[in-house]
Each structure stands twice: as C-alpha cells, then as structure tokens.
Write a protein that binds this ligand. Sequence first.
Ligand SMILES: [Ca+2]
Ligand SMILES: [Ca+2]
Length: 222
Amino acid sequence: MLSQAWLARIAAAATLCSLTGLAGAATLLSENFNGTTPHANYTTGTGNPIPGSNFRVTAGTVDTVGNLNGSFFTCNAEANNNCVDLVGGGALGTIQSVPTFNLVAGNTYTLTFRSAASGAFASATLNNAATLGSQTLSFSDVQTSSTGYLWTNRQLQFVAAANETGVHITLRALNSTGGNSGSVVDDVLLTETAPLSDVPEPASWVLGAAGLLLLGARKLLS
Ligand SMILES: [Ca+2]
Ligand SMILES: [Ca+2]
C-alpha cells in the first residue's frame, strides 16, 4: 500500500505545481496620493508618514498639492487630483515608501510614476532621483511655460541580480527652480513579475507526474 508519507509527498508536489503555474505580475504598491490633504511643508516629523498615503518624508520638506480634501494649488492644472511636490518651503525633499519589499533574484521589478515641473520659472530644469533598493532612475522635468507643464511617465525596470530585503521606494529632489518649486510626482506603481521559466511546461509537468506515479508503483511492489 501507498504509505501516508508517500500520499503526502504526492499531494505536496501537486500543490507546488499548481502554485508555480500561477506565477505572474503582482502589484506590490499603488499610490495616487488622492487620500492626502493639501498641505505645505510636511517634514520628517509631521510627514512620518504623510497622512493619507503610503509614504513618509525622510529628508527636507515636501508639499501635498491638489484640490481633493481641501485645496493647495493644483497638480499641473488637473481637477480632482492630489500629488506631491518634492520641494516644500525651499528645502529639497525625499519621500520613502512606508512598506518595504523583498526583491528576489531573477524576478523583474517595474516601478512607474509620473512627474511634472511646478512653479513659475520657465525653462528651468528640475533634477530628481527615484530608487528601489540598489537601482536608481534619474529624471528631470523642464518647465515649458508659466501656466502649463507636461506630465511625463517614468519607469525604472530591472531584473534583480541578487536578493535584497527590506528595500523602499524613494523619490528625491536634487534641485529646485528657486523658492519652493520642485517636481510634482503622482501615480506610483510597483509590480513584480516572476520569470516565465518558473512556470513548468506541460511536457515536463507530465514527466514529473509520471515519475511520481512510477515511484508510487515501485513502493507498492516493494
Ligand atoms: Ca493623484
Ligand atoms: Ca513646493
């Protein structure tokens, strides 16, 4: 007879096969800042975390801007939207995700968000950096007019070369256009995708199942 131990092994193998078959893109964090209250100068004290968001201030000051839950300027003249200005009160701000992530070697990580210049300093360039663990994306926003600024979609995508534990998403202002004007950021999304090779091909799955059956039969005959 098949022993209880063998039955358990076969059941565990079947469960593992079905679990790996589900491997695919997963959302690790999604933040549109629309739950925040428009507010000037969140600091490492008052912005830890920024109320209504998944981010905290870890350096300098930032503003929550928009017309939801109050009003404090707008996010690139958009209605019904809040976002974060990475420069508040003249200080260059850094925000960091409150949740941490464990990067797995071989998995693909895609961090997307959008950014735009704020303020009234035409042709000025705002330099910033986005990081996820050991990976960094530099991005710059150029103000094209004093009344309208273009949102630009940003993406940092990489295959993790090694495991990294407890990493954050960080968005950091490197300069301002003078005064209190920085880049505004919005719609931060982080996804993780396992490699396709983790999904067993039908042929190999059948071979694996056949092997298990063969082992079971040998156990029965012994
Ligand atoms: Ca928003
Ligand atoms: Ca500002």
